[in-house]
Design a protein around this ligand. Structure first.
Ligand code: FMN
Length: 197
């Protein structure tokens, strides 16, 4: 199958739904629940924030040694769901996951506040933490290491791009007769169909 390239229609529709959620006061409108799995099909989910969207997909950043990072290495596919309660809308994505380039990760890391940059060094995300004190000691250690200097991006911190081959827009309607439109990448084109609610 050729790589799915998002159509402008899908991007515009997604951005319109995201803007509507923002305007309606949705807390964390860029939050999506991301499902990944290992090659045995053991599925896990967690929330991550959308940090970019272009024709190649939906970008998020994380610790690549985390549980999700290890699962993506093993099985580079994922699903994600945005739920916007304020506008009664949902968007679901399913597709391939690819690492972003080092340049993209560097560029985004540079925009983070210093505390989050230090946090990215201090956190061994998803590993066992014996106590909060250990975490705080690690934060202090990296603050000292980078005192008076720019904080570089840690090698274990980067981003991924979920490149969906299926995108579904769901809009809640009266009497549970909701609108569902699915776009599916088929033979190099996006096929669109309505689904029963
Ligand atoms: C609103 C919200 C936003 C989050 N955003 C991110 C994010 O962008 N990246 C990230 O690695 N973790 C984020 N987290 C934490 C993850 O949900 C999760 O705890 C962490 O990534 C470890 O997941 P894992 O052990 O499955 O890899 C967020 C959590 C919440 C509640």
């Amino acid at each position: 199958m050729t790589d799915a390239i998002l159509s402008q229609t899908i991007i515009d529709r997604f951005n319109a739904a995201l803007d509507a959620a923002r305007e309606a006061g949705e807390p964390e409108p860029t939050a999506m629940v991301l499902a990944t799995s290992d090659c045995q099909g053991r599925v896990t989910t967690r929330t991550v924030l959308l940090k970019g969207l272009d024709r190649h997909g939906f970008v998020f950043f994380t610790n690549t040694g985390s549980r999700k990072g290890r699962q993506i290495d093993e099985c580079p596919r994922a699903a994600a769901t945005f739920l916007w309660k304020s506008t009664y809308c949902q968007v679901q994505l399913v597709g391939a996951v690819r690492p972003v380039t080092a340049e993209e990760a560097d560029a985004y890391f540079a925009t983070r506040d210093r505390g989050s940059q230090i946090g990215a060094w201090a956190s061994l995300q998803s590993r066992t933490l014996d106590s909060r004190d250990t975490l705080e000691a690690r934060v202090a250690e990296f603050e000292e290491r980078y005192s008076g200097k720019d904080v570089p991006r840690p090698p274990h911190w980067s981003g991924y791009r979920l490149q969906p081959d299926s995108v579904e827009f769901w809009h809640g309607r009266e009497f549970r007769l909701h609108d569902r439109t699915e776009y599916r990448w088929t033979d190099g084109n996006w096929a669109q169909r309505k689904l029963y609610p």
